[in-house]
Design a protein around this ligand. Structure first.
Ligand code: MLY
Length: 265
């Protein structure tokens, strides 16, 4: 957790509440991350969901792994929780009688794939089965309410986890907005999405929680409000604006011009 951001103070200053643990499809006690950089595993190719590929752990961040598909480039890394159903031990595919696939963007001729696979696995360290944790169960209902705070993955910069707000709820879907940022990073997702976490998650897992942004939220939100037609949207935008104003005030008080230049680079 960054030195100058503390959920307790922030919740007070914004007059907001955190979404209860029961809202999330995350384990109450975050899973331990035993993986080591260099270990290999099987992973679904995020760009070609029917393919199962060999991936290497190239980084560890909290309860997540930074993964790179063997035979792919270094520009398509992705992040998965250790209890994600997208990853499993090497050998799982073979046991099921399936074939490991080359990743999308495999740089060599496909005919070289079997030999590449053999070479990449020979002598490599494979992550033990006990490191892979079971996916937590899905909460029965969408219990999120507008205004609740959470920690959410920035899908445009998926290594980042940031303070966020539930700004709209529709059936099983929730609208996640990023505190202190204009709408560019916001997204709709299912309430049981694995990219959203309870307040305190990063602190418990040792992942880095970003501080809220300090863009000029009032101007950006006004622009956005004009494009919102429904009453519900306008109402949630008003909530967001109030939060944004409070955040900006807080940040100005705490750190003057703060980290805008770093975060918007
Ligand atoms: N400098 C990048 C990263 C922005 C990150 C925003 N997140 C934290 C909501 C950009 O401005 O695109």
């Amino acid at each position: 957790q960054s030195d100058d951001f503390h959920w307790d103070d922030y919740l007070k200053e914004t007059g907001s509440i955190s979404a209860p643990l029961e809202c999330f499809r995350q384990s109450k006690i975050p899973p331990t991350n035993d993986f080591k950089v260099g270990m290999k595993l099987e992973a679904h190719d995020p760009r070609s969901i029917t393919s199962v590929c060999i991936a290497t752990v190239v980084g560890i961040t909290g309860a997540r792994l930074r993964l790179r598909l063997d035979g792919s480039d270094n520009r398509n890394d992705f992040w998965r929780l250790v209890d994600s159903p997208d990853i499993r031990p090497v050998g799982t595919c073979e046991k099921k009688g399936d074939l490991l696939q080359p990743p999308l963007g495999y740089q060599m001729n496909v005919s070289s794939w079997p030999m590449f696979l053999l070479r990449t696995l020979t002598g490599s360290e494979m992550a033990p089965a006990s490191y892979f944790k079971a996916e937590p169960p899905k909460p029965a209902l969408n219990n999120f309410k507008v205004g609740m705070k959470l920690e959410a993955i920035d899908r445009k910069n998926p290594y980042l986890i940031c303070p966020a707000t539930i700004s709209n709820v529709k059936g099983d879907d929730v609208y996640v907005t990023f505190d202190g940022w204009s709408g560019a990073f916001d997204y709709w997702c299912k309430y049981d999405c694995r990219d959203i976490f309870p307040v305190g998650w990063c602190h418990l897992t040792g992942d880095v929680l970003q501080p809220p942004g300090n863009q000029t939220p009032i101007i950006k939100n006004t622009v956005k409000a004009q494009t919102c037609s429904s009453k519900a949207n306008r109402r949630s935008m008003q909530t967001a604006q109030k939060t944004a104003v409070a955040v900006t005030a807080q940040q100005t008080r705490k750190s003057g011009r703060s980290k805008a230049s770093v975060l918007t680079s």
